[in-house]
Design a protein around this ligand. Structure first.
Ligand code: COA
Length: 337
């Protein structure tokens, strides 16, 4: 068996790689779309950007792809880190394929100067006891640097629950104006958008994960817009503007994968520290859920992930009706050589 880099534009090799990704996604999430081929192809074939994504495949002597890795290699900041997602076809497990993939990834990534590897693994509650990720990660020297949960919000949200949230927001959010729009963000918000993204990169609790602040500028915003367009992913955005200063001080984004029209992903939500305590987090999330209900009423479920120590965000999600569906662990291995 050989572990090799896959060129996303080599259709046969990429099909073999994608088949493993899809099959192992279905193992955990049979009712969800996971990565579509178009989304992951756009990601891995991008030649410039803040993140480089690489595909590795373990191919047996008959040419069958038996295991894969998807590696994310930040280019503009966090240049000490890389992250890995490793999958092996169920019928080929416990034969050293996963170990060989990680060893090859470590060699390649260390040669690019990476000293810390991370891997986020989410396991549905019903599978936690039998799932191989935990013993595998520990065996290979990874430690749990942060734990949390995936949550789902089934839509539509009950009207009495929404009414309670609306009352809460109306009482607290005076002095701020909430605006929603379909991304890209309007050009006049560019400075505030970059500042919010920069602050977002370190304000959410990160446990022991060795993550540094991200650098955001107009070029990075543009790259990210182009990538989403190629992936067929739209984004609904809600922002809160501080009326007195005109600055944007909170935002929340929902991603809508066109390849899976019944699903939405809750991406970043942030309230700048100096504006916390006014229910702005709830205000922007509520505004975006209202926008979602009118703009794409066919969405049936919103998925989000929260670190276990992120009490304020979990409390907010509880109010909206999100429920825990999976455990999530950020595995980390330091001093990769
Ligand atoms: C986790 C996964 C990648 C392991 O792939 P694999 O090819 O079976 O791994 P290896 O054969 O190299 O296993 C290496 C060691 O990990 C441990 N391990 C792996 N699977 C295990 C399991 N089901 N139970 C207990 N230990 C396990 C063992 O110590 C094993 O060595 P051994 O077989 O000599 O006892 C594979 O099970 C998989 O694709 N799971 C679904 C996706 C996933 O969880 N990915 C995240 C990985 S962090």
């Amino acid at each position: 068996m050989e572990v090799r880099r896959v060129d996303p534009d080599d259709e046969a090799a990429f099909d073999g790689w994608y088949a493993v990704l899809r099959e192992t996604d279905l193992e955990r999430w049979p009712d969800f779309g996971g990565w579509s081929r178009r989304e992951v192809h756009a990601l891995t074939s991008a030649t410039s950007g803040a993140d480089a994504w690489q595909c590795l495949a373990a191919v047996d002597p008959s040419g069958v792809t038996v295991g894969i890795a998807l590696c994310e290699v930040p280019q503009r900041d966090n240049r000490q880190i890389a992250s890995l997602d490793v999958r092996v076809q169920p019928e080929h497990r416990r034969r050293g394929v996963g170990t060989a993939i990680v060893a090859q990834a470590e060699r390649r990534l260390a040669a690019e100067g990476r000293t810390v590897l991370t891997s986020l693994v989410e396991v549905p509650a019903a599978l936690v006891d039998a799932y191989p990720a935990t013993p595998f990660a520990r065996r290979l020297g990874f430690v749990a640097a942060q734990v949390g949960n995936r949550r789902h919000l089934v839509l539509p949200v009950a009207s009495d629950r929404l009414a309670r949230v609306r009352d809460e927001v109306a009482r607290a959010a005076a002095g701020y104006r909430v605006v929603t729009f379909l991304a890209p963000w309007p050009a006049e918000y560019l400075d505030d958008q970059c500042e919010l993204a920069r602050r977002m990169s370190t304000d959410a609790p990160s446990g022991d994960v060795q993550f540094e602040e991200e650098v955001w500028d107009a070029a990075r915003v543009e790259e990210s817009n182009e990538l989403l367009a190629r992936q067929g992913v739209r984004k609904l955005v809600a922002v809160a503007q501080h009326v007195a200063s005109g600055r944007l001080v909170a935002f929340s984004e929902l991603a809508l994968p066109q390849d899976h029209p019944h699903e939405a992903w809750q991406w970043a939500t942030l309230v700048l520290r100096e504006h916390r305590g006014h229910r702005l987090g709830l205000a922007v999330k509520l505004a975006n859920l209202d926008y979602l209900a009118t703009f794409v009423p066919e969405v049936r479920v919103v998925t989000t992930g929260n670190a276990r120590e992120n009490g304020p965000m979990i409390a907010l999600n509880d109010m909206l009706g999100f429920e825990v569906v999976a455990d999530g662990t950020f595995w980390q291995k330091e001093r990769v050589t």
